[in-house]
Ligand binder design. Structure first.
Ligand code: BG6
Ligand code: BG6
Ligand code: GLC
Ligand code: GLC
Length: 938
């Protein structure tokens, strides 16, 4: 065995020139283009894996969203403190950015100082390391005479992998390079910095943005070059970032525009993806590192490892007799004795060989000329491999960008920084050449960051500051819509007081509490064919309902919907009722029942004073209606007269009911516990089963038999059972606040909406809570924000000034969680509002604040109603069902949830089930008609 070695030793020594010898020894490190393309393809696959929500957890390359959404546009400005932490130098800086000027025009001024980090802090307690950072910051402020009292915005370059959920929040995933401080992994580094600033004391800093050095480098270079869409570091560590389409970044909501992704490509290969390219030297470097098994790609590339790779190769070659006649020195055996600076010196154009000799001699070696040539060549192979690998990674990124943008060719600039790139004499040239060879279709420019990453970090911070101040102002505007638990309790109490007052007061009261003359929820024995007429919001619905005897489930329904044009809603009463008669005629024609003289129930969704089930005097129009000559008149008579005028068909109108009552009846048919009806639609209202004895304003509780017309059998004769008797009361709760009782929660936007309505001063609660008004409130807020320059770039358009553009359906769509921001933007576009991504976010927030308040107020009102019913019945605990209808409840993504939660919180002793009505209130009106008819027949 020894003989074989000796022979091969002499053979090679005689035969080989030194560079060929090294080439052969290191052939695994010499990568040709096929291999580089292969590596590039693998890296593309890794990027995909890291971006996808499903595979991200298992991905080696983390592809971290940075929350940086745009490269500089020249509008950045301000004065910032900056910390540059994680590269070979730790610096504190002051950066001044003047708006609208590139750096070359002197738009950015920087003043910086490098601080040493004592070695022991790198591996000590994290808090101590950060205290050193903040003490250095304080020292800098002192030294530069910068005010300690003033609040300073702070930009933080932190060059380690962090999972960012916002620009100013990032959890440290793991240390890399030579850092290993304890207790920081998994922590929000921005918070750790803030805590440390507090501990150090005496400074007022607002940490607005934390950025990786790659991102900061891209931004620095982007200030001068709008094509700069990628950042690259080849320094102590290596990494790259680029602008990715947001729709591909699964981990961040939204699909519009771009976001910078920090690839953390140093970890490429940590899952074995590069095993076939890894040499024994790479394995040794890894094994002796701070983080074995981690940052495999980085360890083949970056400044922290290049010198060590060269040393291990030289050592090995010497040990096998290929260098220094087989002699090895202690220095050569010592980790860290060959540095990246040595590698750079050895490869210097003219003095390279001389430098190599000096370096080797300093390692107590006596190199021959051939040894020097060989060692220089080792350096070249190691550093060439590094630049080749970077080129392969970059080629993958640029190819991805090219595909993303659907371009055949791409023009792009890569911002670069890092000691290897800046100080190695051949590195940049080699890198550029290989990248261009791998990507012949791309026009790639490399821009060296001339002033480190802090300028870029300051630019990000400037945008963050502008957004933060915008957010503060938007939050302040929306704060008037935020109701505390105490305020909601107050609303509940006021609603309760309003209900009580309405039951007592014979005269006008804010909450009208109108008796409905419906004494019972259905019992399932109803049968026969009925016509249901339903005048609710903007629609009129005619419906045929057929109840089959004792077959509860077997309800047959046929219906047709007719819109009511605005000019009819707001014309004369006669025109309105003639229009209804015409629609009914059309429906009977359609059903072939014009001659049937059907019994009919009329859902009339406006406040009516009733003295019997089949009469109702309209007290006042609400919602959008204001037809003349109706208020103060019996709506049943008006409909009968219109039918008579039409003279085409006959109807027996047996009942007039409010939509709340119809809804309650309809739901009670399914669930006997349903004793409340709620409408959250164009308008809002509630009815519930109240004890007759409590309806003090009427004569009913005095038990006058003639008033019991419409009650179920026998009750007329049992006046003593009056105490048991209930009647459905239509609260008309929309009027709460008409006496000023809600003035403390009413915002100026609500006042504006009220003033512009057809009934100013009326239905104040309804105007805070129902579909007809929510969109208008939103529009008023948007107008105000736009006038304040916080939205739509301060452009108040005619569209935005148009009342009624936001219908409930748009609010519901905009607030849908499933809807991406791009879709929000397209809805706004449909409405004629040109928004950008930030505008869409704000519009969504405004909608959310307005609809949430509406749901909470309805919840507070509902809590008052259920607690009253519970107390009426002397119960400790009440189980009850609310039948609900209305577009706001049914279509809005969050309204029902917030309503239920608020009701539960404010009426904890009631279990309230909300049951959406299936066929609208028409079925309920038909049921009431069935009972009324039965009474008539008896
Ligand atoms: C500097 C940047 O110029 O480059 C740092 O300001 C960055 O933020 C560094 O980390 C990377 O290079 P190195 O060689 O210092 O690790
Ligand atoms: C319908 C009822 O389903 O809901 C109507 O049948 C009621 O009577 C209406 O007025 C309320 O909802 P919106 O959203 O149309 O006002
Ligand atoms: C390491 C860090 C990374 C940084 C790079 C260059 O790879 O993990 O965040 O960008 O070094 O400094
Ligand atoms: C309005 C009406 C009311 C109706 C409600 C829901 O508030 O005044 O009667 O129930 O709208 O449609």
């Amino acid at each position: 065995m020894l003989a074989v070695h000796l022979v091969s030793f002499f053979f090679t020594k005689l035969q080989e020139d030194p560079t060929k010898k090294v080439d052969r020894f290191l052939h695994a490190m010499r990568l040709h283009d096929d291999q580089l393309n292969d590596i590039s393809a693998r890296f593309q696959a890794e990027m995909k894996k890291g971006l996808s929500a499903e595979s991200n957890a298992a991905a080696a390359v983390k592809m971290l969203p940075t929350h940086v959404r745009s490269t500089p546009d020249g509008s950045e400005k301000g004065q910032f403190m900056a910390l540059d932490f994680g590269g070979s130098k730790f610096k504190v800086l002051q950066v001044k950015v003047r708006e609208g000027m590139g750096i070359r025009k002197g738009g950015v001024e920087m003043d910086e100082k490098t601080y040493r980090i004592p070695k022991e802090l790198l591996t000590g307690r994290g808090t101590e390391l950060f205290d050193h950072v903040t003490e250095s910051l304080k020292d800098f402020l002192h030294e530069r005479n910068i005010s300690l009292e003033k609040k300073h915005p702070l930009a933080f370059t932190f060059s380690f992998p962090c999972e960012q959920t916002a620009l100013n929040r990032g959890l440290l995933l793991s240390w890399s390079k030579n850092f290993r401080a304890r207790g920081l992994q998994g922590k929000d580094v921005v918070q750790v910095l803030r805590d440390s600033i507090d501990r150090t004391g005496g400074m007022d800093m607002e940490v607005l943005a934390m950025v990786n050095d790659t991102v900061a480098t891209m931004m620095t270079c982007g200030f001068d070059d709008q094509y700069c869409q990628a950042g690259l570091i080849i320094g102590t560590g290596t990494n790259a970032c680029y602008m990715e389409e947001l729709r591909h970044v699964d981990l961040v909501e939204g699909d519009e525009g771009r976001m910078c992704v920090n690839t953390e490509w140093g970890a490429f290969g940590d899952d074995g993806a590069l095993d076939d390219f890894i040499t024994e030297f790479d394995r040794d470097v890894d094994a002796a590192s701070n983080n074995p098994g981690k940052q495999i790609f980085e360890k083949m590339i970056s400044g922290m490892y290049l010198g060590e790779l060269v040393r291990l190769v030289v050592l090995k070659m010497a040990k096998v007799g290929k260098l220094f006649d087989g002699r090895v020195s202690d220095a050569l055996r010592t980790k860290g004795k060959i540095t990246t600076a040595h590698v750079a010196a050895m490869e210097e154009y003219k003095n390279g060989l001389k430098n190599t000799r000096t370096i080797l001699e300093e390692l107590d070696l006596s190199p021959s000329d051939d040894d020097c040539i060989a060692v220089q060549h080792i350096s070249t192979i190691v550093s060439f491999r590094s630049s080749n690998l970077v080129a392969a990674g970059l080629a993958a990124i640029l190819t991805r960008i090219k595909h993303n943008r659907n371009r055949r060719a791409l023009r792009i600039t890569v911002g670069v920084d890092g000691t290897v790139y800046k100080t190695h004499p051949q590195y940049p040239k080699r890198l550029h050449k290989v990248v261009r060879r791998l990507l012949p279709d791309c026009h790639v420019r490399f821009a060296l960051s001339d002033s480190g990453s802090s300028k870029g970090a300051a630019l990000v911070t400037a945008v963050a500051q502008r957004l933060a101040s915008r957010k503060r102002q938007v939050d302040e505007t929306l704060s008037s819509f935020k109701l505390s638990q105490e305020q909601l309790q107050l609303v509940k109490a006021r609603m309760r007081a309003g209900l009580e007052a309405g039951l007592k007061s014979k005269g006008p009261s804010a909450i009208k509490m109108l008796p409905s003359f419906v004494y019972h929820t259905p019992d399932g024995t109803e049968n026969g064919k009925y016509l249901a007429l339903d005048l609710g919001g903007t629609n009129f619905r005619a419906m045929l309902v057929n109840f089959k005897k004792s077959l509860q489930q077997n309800v047959r329904l046929y219906h047709k919907i007719y819109t009511i044009p605005l000019e009819i809603m707001q014309g004369t009463g006669e025109e309105l009722f003639d229009h209804l008669a015409q629609c009914i005629g059309d429906f009977l024609d359609y059903m072939g029942m014009k001659n049937a003289r059907l019994p009919a129930g009329f859902t009339f969704s406006f406040p009516c004073e009733q003295t019997a089930i089949d009469t109702g005097t309209l007290v006042s129009w609400t919602k959008g209606f204001k037809a003349t000559n109706c208020e103060g008149h019996d709506v049943v008579s008006m409909l009968r007269e219109a039918i008579k005028r039409r003279n085409e068909f006959e109807l027996d109108i047996a009942a007039v009911v409010n939509d709340t009552v119809g809804t309650m009846m309809s739901c009670a048919y399914e669930d006997p516990q349903c004793e409340i009806g709620l409408i959250a639609g164009t308008g809002t209202n509630v009815c519930y089963m109240e004890e007759v004895k409590n309806i003090e304003k009427t004569e009913l509780q005095k038990g006058k038999p003639e008033k019991f017309k419409g009650t179920p059998d026998g009750e007329q004769d049992e006046v003593e059972e009056l105490s048991m008797l209930k009647m459905c009361v239509n609260t008309e709760w929309g009027g709460l606040g008409d006496d000023g009782s809600l003035d403390d929660i009413i915002t100026p936007y609500d006042t504006e909406v009220d003033q512009n309505s057809v009934n100013p001063g009326k239905q104040r609660f309804e105007k805070l809570t129902s579909g007809m008004y929510l969109g208008e409130i939103v529009r008023q807020v948007l107008l105000d924000l736009t006038r304040g320059g916080l939205l739509f770039r301060g452009h108040v358009t005619e569209t935005l000034k148009t009342p009624g553009i936001f219908q409930t359906k748009y609010l519901s769509q905009i607030e849908s969680d499933r809807l991406a921001l791009l879709q929000v933007r397209s809805i706004l576009q449909q409405l004629g509002l040109n928004s950008n991504c930030d505008d869409s976010i704000i519009v969504k927030e405004v909608c959310g604040a307005v609809s949430r308040r509406a749901a909470q107020l309805c919840g507070a009102g509902m809590a008052a109603v259920v607690d009253k019913i519970r107390e009426n019945r002397g119960l400790d605990h009440l189980n009850i069902t609310v039948g609900v209808d209305g577009a706001l409840y049914k279509l809005h993504p969050h309204f029902s949830g917030v309503l239920q939660k608020t009701t539960k919180a404010l009426a904890p002793r009631c279990d309230v089930t909300f049951l959406p009505s299936e066929e609208g209130s028409g079925k309920g009106a038909a049921l009431i008609t069935a009972v009324a008819r039965k009474k008539k027949e008896i």
